[in-house]
Design a protein around this ligand. Structure first.
Ligand code: KIV
Ligand code: NA
Length: 266
């Protein structure tokens, strides 16, 4: 199989093919999504909410994401794998950002890194790209700054559409190979997508973008909490696993598991 590279992201945009991505935090889902034909997998710091048991992404550390990223990167044969740089691991300086990117590249086998912020993160992006590491940018709603933004609030509405576009241009000029637009109105996403050369990847940004990305646990109905409006659930894994657990508990209780075929003979 031909591996997905950054040039395939640009090629898809140029030829009007929509790029598909999901998050993944482990080898089993990574292998499944890869075989199904997903273009890229993001080992998101959304692992904080979905794997590690935090309420937000803020407490997530590099050391927590490295083993998850290694598991995903090691499980794919075609998909492009991106490591999310956690809160506090790149904001201080371009040097800090490069140091963090080096850790992910050297310790996990990942293909690229992602960080949050437009204009404010442009120098960090430039420094990492200069070292030969592809960077996916992330603008619009940026969960690591939810307290600064005042909550889970849609970005790029009304007059702030201009700031969203300025962020998109800043990350493009800094050398990002693609940019995630999270929770922005469809019209603002369309304007950004039509204005910049690099592909836009929407997460709650409507249909007028170059690619779509969802958090896999939301998308597959494994998450039991509140799901954002923009998510379409493609499965009901929490229901499937609840039924399985109940059936197992009942079978063990009644003695119908283990049955003859599960036993080892002398
Ligand atoms: O961590 C994550 O899953 C993300 C995407 C939602 C963009 O950053
Ligand atoms: Na993230």
């Amino acid at each position: 199989v031909k591996k997905v590279r950054t040039r395939h992201f640009q090629g898809a945009k140029n030829s009007g093919i929509t790029i598909t991505g999901l998050t993944s935090y482990d080898m089993l889902t990574a292998a499944i999504f890869d075989k199904a034909g997903i273009d890229f997998l993001l080992v998101g710091d959304s692992a904080g909410n979905n794997v590690l048991g935090f309420d937000t992404t803020l407490p997530v550390t590099i050391d927590e994401l490295i083993p998850l990223t290694r598991a995903v990167a090691g499980a794919v044969s075609r998909a492009f794998v991106i490591a999310d740089m956690p809160f506090g691991s790149y904001e201080s300086s371009p040097e800090q950002a490069l140091h963090t990117a080096f850790r992910f590249m050297k310790e996990t086998g990942v293909h690229a890194v992602k960080l949050e912020g437009g204009v404010r993160s442009a120098e960090q992006i430039r420094r990492i790209v200069e070292a030969g590491i592809p960077v996916m940018a992330h603008i619009g709603f940026t969960p690591q700054s939810e307290h600064g933004l005042g909550g889970h609030i849609i970005q790029g509405r009304g007059a702030s559409a201009d700031a969203l576009l300025a962020d998109a241009i800043a990350v493009q000029d800094a050398g990002a190979f693609a940019v995630v637009l999270e929770m922005v109105p469809s019209a603002a996403a369309k304007r950004v997508t039509e204005t910049i050369r690099i592909p836009t990847i929407g997460v709650g940004a409507g249909p007028h973008v170059d690619g779509q990305l969802l958090v896999w646990t939301d998308w597959a109905g494994l998450t039991t909490g509140r799901i954002p409006k923009f998510v379409k659930q493609y499965a009901n894994l929490s229901g499937v696993l609840t039924d399985a657990a109940k059936a197992y508990i009942a079978d063990v209780g009644s003695g119908s598991y283990p049955a003859k075929e599960h036993e080892y003979e002398e």
